[in-house]
Design a protein around this ligand. Sequence first.
Ligand SMILES: Nc1ncnc2c1ncn2[C@@H]1O[C@H](COP(=O)(O)OP(=O)(O)O)[C@@H](O)[C@H]1O
Ligand SMILES: [Mg+2]
Length: 183
Amino acid sequence: MADTLNSAQLAAVHHLGGPCLVLAGAGSGKTRVIVHKIARLLEAGYAPGQIAAITFTNKAAQEMRERAKALVGARAAASLVVSTFHALGVRLLRADGERIGLKPNFSILDANDVLGVLKDAGTTTDNAQARRWQWAISLWKNQGLSSDEAEAAAQGEDERSAARVMRRYEERLAAYQAVDLTT
Ligand SMILES: Nc1ncnc2c1ncn2[C@@H]1O[C@H](COP(=O)(O)OP(=O)(O)O)[C@@H](O)[C@H]1O
Ligand SMILES: [Mg+2]
């Protein structure tokens, strides 16, 4: 393994004691670091199921999965969690969503579905208005606010109506057993 990694890559791969940030340009060997780090963690005694490699795009996750498999073998690779943020979220929700009232067969709304439900919740056919609500709801969700908390935090009539739409939106998602990963 050592002869295939430069010294900066080696330092990152062998750092097992806590967080390690690697900043490097395209094609400089970051994915190489990650797949070798996976091998190093296995060698250190971690079970494949304890290791997660998370990235942004399906394409990158696919590449990482294949490269990890080539390095550590199909058996270990089968139990690794190598996925996008969204796929990991879905996986966790399918396994444990029951605790927040989601059945394991919940559906995932795409961007068009989201706008449709928002227009229904806000009784409008205006796409631009639905997008403004989506934007406001997204900001609240990013702050971890429930619709009740959003209503309490809302300033002015526009925000108050966005918070009311958020409440009706969430009621609809719960009724449809659907989740919105884009807002
Ligand atoms: N230390 C190294 N020695 C030889 N080849 C390397 C080394 N690090 C990376 N590579 C190769 O360079 C290419 C780009 O590496 P990759 O890990 O995909 O980079 P990144 O994820 O940063 O874009 C790959 O073909 C990889 O195998
Ligand atoms: Mg890469």
